[in-house]
Design a protein around this ligand. Sequence first.
Ligand code: CA
Length: 227
Amino acid sequence: MKKILVLEDEASIRSFVVINLKRAGYEPIEAETGAQAFERIKENPDIRVALLDIMLPDIDGFEVCRRIRAADPHMGIIMLTARTQEMDKVTGLMTGADDYVTKPFSPAELTARVDALYRRMGGEHFDSGEMVQGPFKLNTRNRTLEKNGVRIKLTQVEYSIMKMFMDNPGKALSREDILNTVWGRDYFGELKIVDVNIRRLRIKIEDDSTNPTYITTVWGYGYKWGL
Ligand code: CA
């Protein structure tokens, strides 16, 4: 189930949101105060999206947003704003929210926004921290890879390359892109390090590393992930 935190102190709005999220196939987890919201997140580490009201009895929704973001940069956050809070939208997005919905909103509008956020976050696999492509299952929480259910031991660098590939299926990635993403822009080593790691990764994940089918070479450019 896709768990969503619903932080809203007004019971009528909260139940309206909860009912409609349930209808859309989500599992809402309710909170009335900021403090409760943090507790719920602690109890349910698989919450991937949070809907945050702004005016709350304790701390405001922006502060909740900022703290959630600080603890989990990957949480999807949608602010529930009132029409009179135009400026709040801007502030909300600056404190790290992904989107906002203006009250009063229709059920269709709410679920469309939530669905869109889930899609942007990479789809259903996100609620379990898993990316599944073909025989491969990448667990983004404990940074492990399985092929046909068998664990493949990866170095942190190899994991990061796999993650980059699985985030970009079918897309040719230049060796410079891979170097910048995996090693960082301040890495001063040679581009060749990319090839060395890809070669090792192929030995681990390909059926036949001399004839790779998952990580293919894009001559004069880089590599491409495909199934
Ligand atoms: Ca409120």
